[in-house]
Design a binder for this molecule. Structure first.
Ligand SMILES: C[S@@+](CC[C@H](N)C(=O)[O-])C[C@H]1O[C@@H](n2cnc3c(N)ncnc32)[C@H](O)[C@@H]1O
Length: 411
């Protein structure tokens, strides 16, 4: 299944949105990574980025693009830059317009931007093969919350529209995205799992790729090292995807002991046990036997109830209308539900809700406290770390000047 990425300025967020019909897919979104919705008119700190000095790199495609078009005449081409990310290479299968825009991204423009990325010389994990789940990553060093697990760039970025008009032809072009990569990268790509027989590249996209909107169209991103992580419904790692650098990174969301498997979630965790298990079976072809999936019926029912409450609290706390029933107390309830449900990765989001809820009733002291806690947890709390982080920083600097101040009056 595809992991669904919602792309935002500078970043993209991974969670379930529009499912990709047709493609069975990749890794799924994480319901915990949704940015907190703010009132539409709220000024966003992220709207005034500082201009960066950029060193121009050569961004020529290293292979002449080859193209197909659909019935409407829309062209999709294979674009490869074998020098991308210090020689790792990258292929796109997308429209010429998008390929042109991509060249302007910091990923292609900023010298040295990938210098510490794709470095697997001394990782805090090793790959182990476990019967019934294939390869997985296991910690070889103790990791603390926030520690980097890995950061990689994609070997392929594929528009979901590119290969559907005619599968046979589409697969031929998918094959080119692979063939045109450097030899070493081809090997890395082939090491990823394909859980169904079929087209060699398509099936790897289905099993491993993240899906999301990119330059206004749905795309799949194949991150080959990220792809080594197995799923758990209460994972110990969180990931985020930076759409301007094309770097995907995973961090520990709690302490991970030596020998423990490092896991992420493939789907929105804020669903019931049955929903999650059905999706995992249907899209990734496995019966989930993680701790939560194997718990007693009673524990699962309790957990489902907590998840329902969490979803309700998200809705209430995101309501900035005059009828809003949001209070700081509800935000604290939310935080304790995350704890109870072992949704470690969500703690930052919970503090963010609390900071806003306190500030909205004029308790600036508690607001600043929670904003600081949100920032502390921030690295792993949210797909929109950049925006939310900036928002929290603004709140800490001047709670009374923040858009949320007294928005809900005093209660
Ligand atoms: C992104 S890959 C993960 C790495 C994969 N195990 C490998 O060998 O490269 C996704 C595939 O791994 C397997 N998988 C992931 N999580 C699993 C789990 N919790 N239990 C069993 N199989 C799992 C499934 O076959 C799934 O389609």
């Amino acid at each position: 299944g595809n992991i669904d990425l919602e792309i935002q300025p500078g970043l993209c967020n991974i969670y379930e949105k529009s499912p990709f019909v047709n493609v069975s897919q990749i890794i799924k979104p994480d319901g915990l990574q949704e940015p907190i919705s703010r009132p539409a008119e709220a000024p966003r700190a992220s709207e005034t980025p500082k201009p960066k000095k950029r060193k121009k790199l050569s961004t020529r495609w290293t292979t002449k693009p080859s193209c197909i078009s659909d019935e409407a005449g829309q062209e999709y081409c294979v674009f490869t830059n074998a020098n991308f990310a210090n020689g790792r290479g990258i292929s796109f299968f997308t429209t010429p317009t998008i390929a042109e825009n991509v060249k302007d991204l910091p990923a292609f423009q900023e010298m040295g931007i990938h210098d510490n990325i794709n470095d697997f010389s001394n990782p805090p994990w090793e790959v182990r093969n476990i019967p019934g789940r294939g390869n997985g990553l296991f910690a070889t060093r103790k990791l603390e919350r926030g520690d980097l697990i890995l950061a990689d760039t994609p070997l392929g970025v594929y528009s979901s529209d590119a290969f559907f008009p005619d599968y046979e032809l589409g697969y031929k072009y998918l094959r080119k995205t692979y063939e045109q990569l450097p030899e070493e990268s081809k090997k890395i790509l082939l090491r990823t799992a394909a859980h169904n027989p079929g087209d060699m590249i398509m099936e790897r996209i289905n099993t491993n790729a993240f899906a999301g909107e990119f330059e206004g169209m749905n795309h799949f991103f194949l991150y080959p090292e990220t792809a080594l992580m197995n799923h758990d419904c209460r994972p110990n790692a969180m990931y985020y995807h930076n759409i301007s650098t094309l770097v995907h990174s995973a961090h520990a969301s709690r302490t991970i002991n030596i020998g423990e498997e490092i896991t992420i979630t493939y789907l929105n965790l804020l669903q019931s046990n049955n929903e999650r298990q059905e999706t995992l079976k249907m899209i990734w072809g496995f019966d989930c036997d993680c701790k939560l999936c194997s718990a007693s019926e009673l524990s699962k029912a309790r957990s489902d109830l907590n998840i329902e409450k969490i979803n309700e609290l998200h809705t209430t706390l995101s309501d900035w209308s005059s009828a809003s029933e949001a209070t700081p107390k509800l935000a604290l309830n939310l935080l304790s539900l995350y704890e109870k449900e072992h949704l470690h990765a969500a703690v930052g989001t919970g503090h963010m809700f609390a900071a806003l809820a306190y500030n909205a009733v004029g308790d600036t002291k508690s607001a600043v406290k929670h904003a600081k806690l949100a920032l502390d947890a921030g690295m792993v709390s949210s797909g929109s770390v950049v925006d939310d982080g900036k928002d929290m920083t603004t709140l800490i600097e001047s709670p009374k000047g923040h858009w949320s101040y007294m928005r809900r009056g005093s209660r």
